[in-house]
Design a protein around this ligand. Structure first.
Ligand code: NAD
Ligand code: DAU
Length: 344
């Protein structure tokens, strides 16, 4: 795709990864423009991008990606060169509690965006997917783009369904669509329901942190800026119809992560509390990212310890942001989920 004067439509740009991606793109390309289309669910927060309020290259439009006429109208008005879809319900625990909204946004919403891209002849469509579509690994091996799709949670099943629609819209209608599948992201502006910001905000208040099961589940952590750089490479040099895995090469058990958080916050390890496991909890994720390294020449750059230490500092220094996003709706979920079976 051309790399000058690009007009991007980013769906879900007010969330964690979308807002970091917009900040990265506008920093890296002085002549690009971004329209951010977001429903502003509990996880969407305009404060994540308030530094761009006065920037003429950036615009926000509030809309639900499931609302086909509205999306059609926005895309017709904006005439983007590419659509990058981050918009999704993303928290596995919430999907266990109530899967319906996950199916609406992650499946039907994806179909609306694909259909709009088809009708309006958009030059690139990027679907931001996840390694969770591959299911769970034992102690050996890694997920490659050819691994079987074996989603285990309602969230993962909904993301897998979205990916299958992307494939079908490429094969049947020739929509120039690409899928990325990334591992666990960390960095600033992540909603404090996900492991790292959740635990840091609890530790700040000297509260115990609820580690699920035996704490030996493994995730492969990547800094959100490394994810953004990889998406940029896919946008510019990726091949329509292809899938690209993105990983950090940092496999850690949840106990290891929790101990690093104790160390970086200066809190005692006796605040670690083992609680009943997440149902269907995937044991291990690990990403084989050799395809994107080889074909698009992109690899993670942020050293894990350094990135995590800086991320912890960000949450400690931005207490106001954390308190503001933890609204009444969030507290309702927290009480319901963590009080069940003594999770907290
Ligand atoms: P997030 O929950 O922080 O943000 C999601 C954003 O989507 C929010 O701004 C929300 O308001 C918006 N949104 C939700 N439903 C919408 C709808 N119907 N219409 C318009 N906007 C809507 O999520 P995140 O962690 O930033 O994840 C972004 C994407 O990356 C998701 O597709 C997710 O599956 C994928 N992903 C996340 C990770 C991770 O570690 N967080 C890893 C791999 C892939
Ligand atoms: O792998 C990519 C996925 O990473 C993304 O697709 C998802 O959107 C994102 O939420 C994330 O999913 P996880 O389930 O891996 O992330 P979460 O932060 O919820 O949990 C990380 C690990 O920590 C997991 O093994 C469960 C565990 N955990 C989590 C919470 C919230 C706990 O032990 N206790 C907790 O309270």
């Amino acid at each position: 795709m051309k790399d000058n004067g690009v007009r991007l439509l980013v769906a879900g740009g007010a969330g964690f990864i979308g807002s970091n991606f917009i900040r990265y793109i506008l920093g890296a390309h002085a002549d690009w423009q971004v329209v951010n289309v977001d429903k502003l669910t509990y996880a969407g927060n305009l404060a994540n991008l308030k530094d761009f309020d006065e920037d003429e290259r950036y615009r926000f439009v509030r809309a639900d990606i499931c609302d086909a006429p509205r999306i059609e109208e926005i895309v017709a008005a904006e005439r983007p060169d590419a659509i990058v879809n981050f918009a999704a319900e993303t928290h596995v625990d919430r999907s266990i509690n109530d899967p319906t909204l996950f199916l609406k946004t992650n499946v039907l919403g994806t179909q609306v965006l694909l259909e709009t891209a088809r009708r309006q002849g958009i030059a690139r469509y990027i679907q931001i997917s996840t390694d969770e579509v591959y299911g769970s690994l034992g102690s050996e091996g890694k997920f490659s783009e050819g691994s079987s799709l074996r989603p285990n949670s309602p969230y993962a099943a909904s993301k897998t369904s979205g990916d299958l629609l992307v494939r079908a819209w490429f094969k049947t209608y020739g929509v120039p669509a690409i899928i990325t599948r990334c591992s666990n992201n960390y960095g600033p502006y992540q909603f404090p329901e996900k492991l790292i910001p959740f635990f840091v905000t609890l530790l700040r208040e000297n509260k115990p942190v609820p580690v699920y099961g035996d704490g030996m589940n493994v995730r492969d952590w990547i800094h959100v800026d490394d994810h953004s750089r990889a998406i940029e490479a896919v946008l510019l040099r990726g091949k329509p119809g292809e899938i690209y895995n993105i990983g950090g090469g940092n496999e850690r058990t949840n106990i290891e992560i929790t101990k690093m958080l104790f160390s970086f916050t200066g809190k005692p390890e006796l605040l670690m509390k083992f609680v009943p496991d997440r149902p269907g909890h995937d044991r291990r994720y690990a990403i084989d990212d050799s395809k994107i390294r080889r074909e698009l020449g992109v690899a993670p750059q942020v050293p894990f310890e350094e990135g995590l230490r800086e991320t912890v500092r960000w949450y400690l220094e931005n207490e106001e942001w954390c308190n503001a996003v933890r609204s009444g709706e969030y507290l309702k979920f927290y009480d319901q989920w963590y009080s069940r079976q003594g999770r907290a």
